[in-house]
Design a binder for this molecule. Structure first.
Ligand code: SAH
Ligand code: SF4
Length: 361
């Protein structure tokens, strides 16, 4: 283990840094966050995993909450360079679920005892604010459940309408906190837009979720530490990190993509730095590693988002290839996840699993 710094007084050693973050709740600098993200020594990595796991256990307990993910349209007007749903990709079959289909899928989520539906889509012009408001209201009339939107950029007046209609949460990753990388990969929006939206959502009383991709071409560990620092500044309620998985029908087809290891480090360091936030294990992580969920839960994560999108749409929501579990039903996924949760001695969280900053209700 590296103990170089205590003597020189210039930098803390890794064990000391982890201790300060875990026990003292020290506010780490961007450089210190980066130091944790560059840990390579297996013994130091173990210290990191264990500290993140203890902070999760102390602040949240053993519960893992499920969010039912419903990918209701794969139509997108944007051209994010990494994404299989980008408008210029003519190689996928586009679909839009009808309101009736969406409500039927939401009924199944509610029947399974899951307290949250995440309505996710590309930036689909068909789904005007008016149509979404009717959908949110219909869900709220039928079920006592949290409604989360993950539909990309919207105007502030639209966001306010969604909130009035009863939407509780909004997920919109800032993707990368490096403005020039953001510009390189997103022809349709700026990092400023996303940050402005995340702030506006908070002001309107939404619980917010941001997050980033790991392993974008040109992305450094300094960039990743800025991703965690930005989430801290935005006081997000949830932080989702997933490895970038190159899609063959996108301009980034030749890229090498993100690693599971760096994704685990981001989960663990985010837990130490952000503390009382929800951290999911993402489908992209479990696509890279079969044991991704179990390892993620043991290293700071406390959320999983089972896919509730019915066939054949689930396979057509192709952000990247080889997405896990594309042929399974929601009920099959739940059985599998419940077994995985018990296998790591954790428990299934009931209810909505709301913001930990508001007591988790
Ligand atoms: N259109 C909305 C929501 C759907 S995309 C939005 O962009 O916010 C949901 C997430 O999928 C994005 O935030 C992005 O981080 C992730 N994603 C897209 N392409 C991916 C890829 N090739 N590998 C891994 N994650 C990807
Ligand atoms: Fe569209 Fe979201 Fe994919 Fe960008 S990441 S192309 S906004 S679905």
């Amino acid at each position: 283990m590296s103990m170089y710094s205590l003597d020189t007084g210039m930098r803390s050693s890794v064990p000391e840094l982890i201790r300060r973050a875990e026990i003292e709740g020290a506010v780490l600098s961007i450089e210190e966050i980066e130091e944790l993200l560059t840990i390579a020594d297996p013994a130091e990595l173990d210290l990191l995993w264990q500290a993140a796991n203890r902070v999760r256990a102390e602040l949240i307990g053993s519960d893992i909450w499920m969010r039912g993910l419903l990918e209701f349209s794969n139509v997108c007007r944007c051209n994010c360079l990494y994404c299989g749903l980008r408008a210029d990709n003519t190689g996928i079959t586009r679909y839009r679920m009808s309101s009736a289909q969406i409500l039927a899928a939401v009924d199944r989520i509610a029947k399974a005892g899951i307290g949250t539906v995440v309505l996710q889509s590309g930036e689909d012009p068909y789904w005007t604010a008016e149509r979404l408001v009717s959908l949110i209201e219909a869900i709220k009339r039928r079920h006592d459940m949290a409604v989360t939107l993950s539909i990309g950029n919207r105007t502030e007046s639209e966001l306010a309408e969604f909130r009035r209609a009863g939407a509780d949460r909004f997920l919109i990753r800032h993707e990368t906190a490096n403005p020039s990388l953001y510009k390189e990969f997103h022809p349709d929006s700026t990092l400023e837009d996303r940050v402005r939206q995340l702030r506006a959502l908070k002001d309107m009383g939404f619980e917010t979720g941001s997050g980033c991709l790991v392993g974008l071409p040109g992305q450094t560990t300094a960039d990743l530490s800025s991703d965690i620092a930005l989430a801290r500044e935005l006081n997000v309620d949830m932080f989702g990190v997933g490895p970038f998985i190159p899609h063959p029908d996108t301009p980034l087809r030749e890229a090498s993509g993100g690693t599971a290891l760096m994704t685990y480090k981001m989960i663990a360091v985010a837990r130490l730095v952000l503390r009382d936030v929800h951290i999911p294990v993402t489908t992209a992580l479990s696509t890279l590693e079969e044991e991704g969920r179990e390892k993620g839960w043991a290293r700071g994560a406390n959320i999983v988002m089972p896919n509730a999108t019915p066939s054949p749409y689930r396979a057509q929501y192709e952000l990247y290839k080889n997405k896990r579990c594309i042929d399974d039903t929601l009920e099959h996924c739940l059985g599998c996840l419940s077994r995985r949760i018990s296998s790591v001695n954790r428990t299934l969280g009931y209810g909505r699993g709301g913001s930990l900053k508001k007591g988790g209700q």
